[in-house]
Design a protein around this ligand. Structure first.
Ligand SMILES: Nc1ncnc2c1ncn2[C@@H]1O[C@H](COP(=O)(O)OP(=O)(O)OP(=O)(O)O)[C@@H](O)[C@H]1O
Length: 259
């Protein structure tokens, strides 16, 4: 496989281009022969049923899961910010909210450099935007799931990357906090950031500029939400058990519907 970072991009409209990409884990191939583009400076929503490969795709875009074949071309060489639902480091260290968000700057600081005024400003601004500045001195471990989720998004934002990858950023949130995150994601696309988020939230996907629908590790639809989301019910609906042949399942449904 090839991972290339090009500054003079032949496809400036794409933040990341995948061609014939397969990827997965030690004994499992999850993503199969993916061809896709994530458009620059918009929010892309990645949807699909449980196990369809959304998190694996984000890991691939983040560079933490290698492609086993195909090419992955990033528009720039800047390291993407990757926000997962849990942070392994923050889980084991007794960190305050401010320290957790400041971890987003570590990649820029190197080991010995002290945070500059710009680093501190990025941390404070990110906390304010995600509405967690009032929690700055609290320990991360004392927060509710929704507060914690917003802190992790603030950490991703503080990194200052041009590609922000989020794995179900709103899963533990109430309506107001969802709105805060959705608004911030919209805003940052106007500030030079491309956003890709995996989500089961249809409202978040409708609001996105671009949608990718995955099923069983393949892209089954891609495009503007209005074109892609009518298919969401079909793909998100549970599939028949693997051992039931398709024809038998069709007959079972026909009998159940009285047809
Ligand atoms: N660390 C891992 N090792 C081996 N297999 C994994 C690992 N993580 C995920 N998988 C498998 O990869 C497949 C895709 O998982 P993935 O987490 O990418 O799906 P998803 O669409 O994000 O699911 P969900 O909606 O439940 O979050 C699943 O079959 C899962 O069991």
């Amino acid at each position: 496989m090839q991972r290339r970072c090009a500054v003079a991009d032949p496809h400036p409209a794409s933040q990341v281009s995948l061609k014939g990409v397969s990827a997965g884990y030690a004994r499992t191939t999850v993503l199969t022969q993916l061809d896709l583009e994530t458009p620059s400076l918009v929010v892309t929503a990645v949807m699909g049923p449980n196990g369809s490969g959304k998190s694996t795709l984000l890991g691939l875009l983040a560079g933490v899961i290698p492609a086993t074949s195909g090419t992955v071309v990033h528009r720039t060489a800047v390291r993407p910010a990757f926000v997962t639902q849990r942070s392994a480091v923050a889980d084991v260290l007794p960190l305050t909210v401010r320290e957790t968000v400041a971890m987003g700057r570590w990649g820029r600081l190197g080991f010995f450099r002290r945070p500059s005024a710009r680093d501190r400003e990025a941390v404070e601004t990110s906390m304010e935007r995600l509405d967690v500045a009032g929690l700055a001195e609290r320990q991360l471990g004392e927060l509710s799931g929704g507060q914690r989720q917003r802190v992790l998004v603030a950490q991703g934002l503080a990194q200052g990357a041009d590609l922000l990858l989020l794995d179900e950023p709103a899963s533990a949130l109430d309506g107001a906090a969802r709105e805060t995150i959705a608004r911030v994601l919209d805003e940052v696309t106007g500030e030079g950031v491309t956003v890709v988020q995996a989500t089961h939230d249809l409202a978040a996907a409708r609001r996105a500029g671009h949608c990718l629908l995955l099923d069983a590790g393949r892209v089954v639809a891609a495009g503007p939400p209005a074109d892609v989301l009518p298919d969401a019910g079909r793909v998100v609906a549970p599939r028949p058990p693997a051992d039931v042949p398709e024809g038998a399942e069709r007959e079972r449904r026909a009998r159940a519907s009285g047809a």
